[in-house]
Write a protein that binds this ligand. Sequence first.
Ligand code: XBP
Ligand code: MG
Length: 259
Amino acid sequence: MLKALVFDVDGTLAETEDLHRQAFNRAFSALGLPWQWEPALYADLLRVMGGKERFAHYVETAHPRDAEALLARLPEIHGLKTRIYGGLVESGVLRLRPGIARLVAEAKAAGMALAIATTTSRPNVDALLDANFPEGARPFDVIAAGDEAARKKPAPDIFLLALERLGIGPDEAVAFEDSAAGIRSALDAGLPVIATRSRYTPSHRLDGAFSAISDLGEPGHPHGHIAGVSWPGGVVTLSALRDWHDGRDPSERVPDRGM
Ligand code: XBP
Ligand code: MG
């Protein structure tokens, strides 16, 4: 039986990634580092999950001779980036993606558990939730974030931690993801995955998701169907999710066809 919905954050709850990019760039400027990451470079760097790991990958590949000195400054650089990102989110520039608030409200009203499993740092999650849910009405029962997992996505650790905190098995939940690494992580934790493609994942293979769509959809604003299970009226509702989950063949997966 379906008992919980487990959401990724960046690219899934909201289109946050460009704000992460801007926050990195502002931190670089403030600290006198002569780089500005353009969107195309950032899309490439996003193959490495986690901001600290992404920065480390960048300096090791683009500035290998200075890498040791730059890595020693990682806590300072990433700490400033996190504070800048928090300030940008607080200013209200990020809205939840289509269908997120609606599906979360439907699940809450039905007494279903809600969880977050994300690579991003916890202060970033708090900032996004504070900006988008009324004070004292945060719908998520469990948040598993950032360095709480030993290994970041695509390893399954963060989804496994969310399931452990929920006290349920992977066959009792559905995961929502936007990236290839996130899908891999959720699948390896045993969860069925719905993929909603995001601004920074247009070229990602969404293989393994049982349904790949543009977004969750809203009544009157249906989503685009990409592959796999399709949803009545182009809207993922709790009732349609339950129908799929409780009537499915658990071995059902979207075949590998390069979505
Ligand atoms: C996406 C990420 C994150 C953010 C940056 O995570 O890789 O690292 O880009 O956040 P997800 P930090 O899709 O799992 O939410 O700088 O705090 O790591
Ligand atoms: Mg994501």
